[in-house]
Design a protein around this ligand. Structure first.
Ligand code: 9YT
Length: 128
C-alpha cells in the first residue's frame, strides 16, 4: 500500500510550480499504478491553455470557481466543487480561475515527473 500526505509532499520535489499554478504529484509513473494522481492549485485570476496530446486527463474540482473553455468549439463550462471534466479527446482547453482552484487530477498514461510543458501546451509522450 502507498500512503502519502499532501501536507507533507507539498514540501518535497513532488511539488512542481509554474508561474501561476503548482501541482503536487501524489502518484507518478514509478508507483506502477498505470495512472498518476496530482493535486493542482491554480492561482485566482489566472488563465492557462493546456493541450495534453499524449495523455488522457480527468480533473475533479475540490474547491474554488472558474471556467474551462473547449478551444475547438468555444464551449465554456463552469468549474466549481463537485464538477469533473475528462479530456477524453485530448481536448485543447483554457482554464480560467475566478478564485483559487484546487483540483484533483489523474493522467493516463501516468506522468513520470520529468515532463515540462512544451510550447504547444502538451507533455511529451513517455519514452517506451
Ligand atoms: C489542472 C491540470 O490540468 N493539472 C495538470 C497537472 C499539472 N499540469 C502537473 O502536475 O503537471
Amino acid at each position: 500500500m502507498i500512503v502519502r500526505d499532501f501536507n507533507v509532499e507539498k514540501n518535497t520535489d513532488r511539488k512542481v510550480a509554474d508561474q501561476r499554478w503548482n501541482s503536487v504529484r501524489l502518484l507518478l509513473a514509478g508507483d506502477g499504478m498505470g495512472f498518476s494522481f496530482h493535486i493542482t492549485t491554480i492561482e485566482a485570476g489566472s488563465e492557462h491553455t493546456f493541450h495534453y496530446k499524449n495523455h488522457f486527463e480527468s480533473v475533479y474540482c475540490i474547491s474554488g470557481e472558474g471556467t474551462i473553455e473547449e478551444m475547438d468549439n468555444g464551449k465554456v463550462h463552469e468549474i466549481k466543487p463537485g464538477v469533473m471534466y475528462a479530456l477524453n479527446l485530448n481536448d485543447k482547453h483554457t482554464l480560467r480561475a475566478k478564485s483559487e482552484l484546487v483540483l484533483a487530477c489523474c493522467f493516463n498514461p501516468p506522468v513520470t515527473g520529468d515532463e515540462v510543458h512544451q510550447a504547444d501546451g502538451s507533455y511529451a509522450a513517455a519514452p517506451v
